[in-house]
Design a protein around this ligand. Structure first.
Ligand code: UDP
Length: 192
């Protein structure tokens, strides 16, 4: 599909609905998928840090998460169709997981926030299976990697903030043929 390049990053030019359809197919086919939902802060950080830019350029999808990216696309006369945020995409994936009884692994946020997030997700989406959850303040990444590898989730939601979440995904995404998505502060919202 088509992309629009802003600050040297190829943003997908699609709607939330079309994007979710593509993700649904990729999950059904067990295709390994790395999603970066890039707001202007991430895009500028990537512009200033070539190593990080290369790391996220290896993602399957870079979505425009923020009105600033949409505005920039209009200025260069290649308007992006829609804003696609990490939070909205996570909620859509949770709905999808609930419909298809998918397995999800949650990584990130403070322990109390994560615990509330797990409870709220399980209440609202009773048919999805949370196969593991770990807070975002850890020293032993190997233990988490092993847990994800053993659990073989369909979706891995990583809420460590950028650049940590994208770096974690780049290092670990081969452990499971899942949709791996960095979701920033989404657990802080879902815990409320
Ligand atoms: N976080 C984490 N581990 C860290 C640093 C941050 O789990 O080492 C969590 C933090 O608790 C919060 C989220 O990552 O839930 C960061 O949210 P923010 O809105 O700052 O994300 P950003 O916009 O920076 O991607």
């Amino acid at each position: 599909s088509k992309t629009v390049t802003i600050l040297n990053l190829p943003f997908i030019n699609t709607t939330n609905q079309q994007f979710l359809l593509a993700l649904t197919q990729r999950i059904q086919q067990k295709q390994n998928t790395f999603i970066v939902t890039a707001n202007p802060e991430i895009a500028v950080y990537a512009y200033d840090h070539p190593q990080f830019r290369q790391l996220i350029a290896a993602a399957d999808y870079i979505t425009p998460d923020g009105i600033g990216i949409i505005k920039a696309s209009q200025i260069i006369k290649q308007p992006l169709k829609e804003r696609i945020t990490g939070f909205d995409t996570l909620v859509s994936l949770l709905e999808l997981a609930n419909q298809h009884q998918l397995k999800i692994y949650l990584l990130g946020a403070q322990k109390a926030v994560l615990q509330k997030t797990v409870v709220n997700i399980q209440k609202k989406y009773p048919h999805l299976e949370i196969v593991g959850a770990h807070d975002g303040y850890f020293t032993d990444e190997k233990a988490i990697s092993a847990e994800i590898k053993a659990a073989q989730p369909d979706i891995v939601a990583v809420a460590l903030g950028y650049p940590k979440q994208e770096q974690f995904i780049a290092r670990n995404r081969q452990l499971a043929p899942a949709v791996w998505i960095g979701v920033g502060g989404s657990f802080d919202v879902l815990s409320g």
